[in-house]
Design a protein. Structure first.
Length: 238
């Protein structure tokens, strides 16, 4: 996939399902006189300075599943281990970068597209970036993964049933959605497509937030150790 080009997602409004995701070969109103600028400082040098493997921990799940709580705990734990992190939270980003977007299908897709691009830049900066977004469509998450290098995008499914999320309803959103006061609400009148093969599943109906956060941190440590072993093996071989 060329990062210079755009993508689009085709959605069946009646079935409320994602049908396809494609790349646009030629877009209108786009500059044609730009090219990628070579920079001497790269991701490898930035991550080496931080002594860590950069990655994107992408937490997806229904509203009320526990994404933000877990992401916040994970960042605190990783910070305590000396890792350089940043957390992109769905609500927080809509106060700034995505303040111009609503909750139509198109706006929600653009919401994730922008966040995925920001996450890619943060990974390029050598950070461990946590993304806590409902991100309901598989095609969106797949496009986010394709922006990263292999092994950098870690999809984490924060799993809780719709019934449990409605019972929790920490922001009172499900009540409003059931009354018709919120349109296109995921789980009510807009679909959520469960991840097919996530790197990690967190069952928040069986485990509390602290336990789930520790599972994520263990995965991060394991990936870092694996990377260190691979690097040592390359060094020995050369």
């Amino acid at each position: 996939m060329s990062r210079r080009l755009g993508e689009f997602i085709l959605i069946d409004k009646q079935a409320d399902d994602t049908l396809a995701a494609r790349m646009i070969e030629r877009g209108s109103h786009r500059s044609t006189n730009t090219q990628w600028q070579h920079l001497d400082v790269n991701k490898a040098s930035r991550s080496a300075l931080k002594h860590q493997r950069p990655m994107c921990l992408w937490l997806t799940g229904l509203s009320g599943s526990g994404k933000s709580t877990i992401a916040n705990l994970v960042e605190r734990k990783l910070l305590g281990e000396g890792r350089h992190t940043y957390l992109l939270d769905g609500d927080n980003v809509r106060h700034g970068l995505n303040r111009d977007l609503g909750f139509t299908q198109g706006d929600r897709i653009e919401n994730i597209r922008r966040v995925a691009e920001v996450a890619r830049l943060m990974v390029d900066a050598g950070l461990v970036v946590l993304v806590s977004f409902i991100s309901p469509f598989d095609a969106e998450r797949r496009l986010a993964r394709e922006l990263m290098e292999p092994g950098e995008f870690i999809e984490i499914f924060v799993d809780a049933s719709l019934e449990e999320c409605e019972r929790r309803d920490p922001k009172g959103l499900y009540v409003r959605a059931r009354k018709g006061l919120i349109k296109n609400f995921t789980g009510i009148d807009s679909a959520y497509e469960r991840p097919q093969v996530p790197e990690l599943v967190l069952d928040t109906m069986s485990h509390d937030a602290e336990a789930c956060a520790e599972m994520v941190c263990r995965l991060v440590r394991s990936l870092a150790e694996r990377e260190a072993i691979t690097a040592a093996t390359r060094s020995t071989a050369s």
